[in-house]
Design a protein around this ligand. Structure first.
Ligand code: SF4
Ligand code: SF4
Length: 75
């Protein structure tokens, strides 16, 4: 499978604004809380297979908490 780029979310830098989720054209970012990650919802790919690697989430983020990373398509 061809490599593609997927967002990686820095949950420490993230301020839980949900701008990434709102701008995703395929609605594959879910805002969720998780044990040990504090009280605020953080973004998670849901599902990663739906992501088209467009980078809109990174451009939307006001605190540069999204990095586009190369993958082997298995993420
Ligand atoms: S790269 Fe594009 S498709 Fe993938 S999660 Fe970000 S906004 Fe959505
Ligand atoms: S846009 Fe950035 S700060 Fe806002 S929820 Fe997404 S990753 Fe967090």
């Amino acid at each position: 499978m061809a490599a593609r780029r997927l967002p990686r979310f820095d949950h420490r830098a993230c301020v839980s604004c949900a701008a990434c989720a709102e701008d995703c054209p395929v609605s594959c970012i879910a805002m969720e809380t998780a044990p040990g990650r504090g009280p605020h919802a953080k973004p998670r790919l849901s599902p990663a297979s739906a992501c088209v690697g467009c980078g809109a989430c990174g451009r939307a983020c006001p605190v540069s908490a999204v990095a586009m990373c190369d993958t082997d398509g298995e993420a």
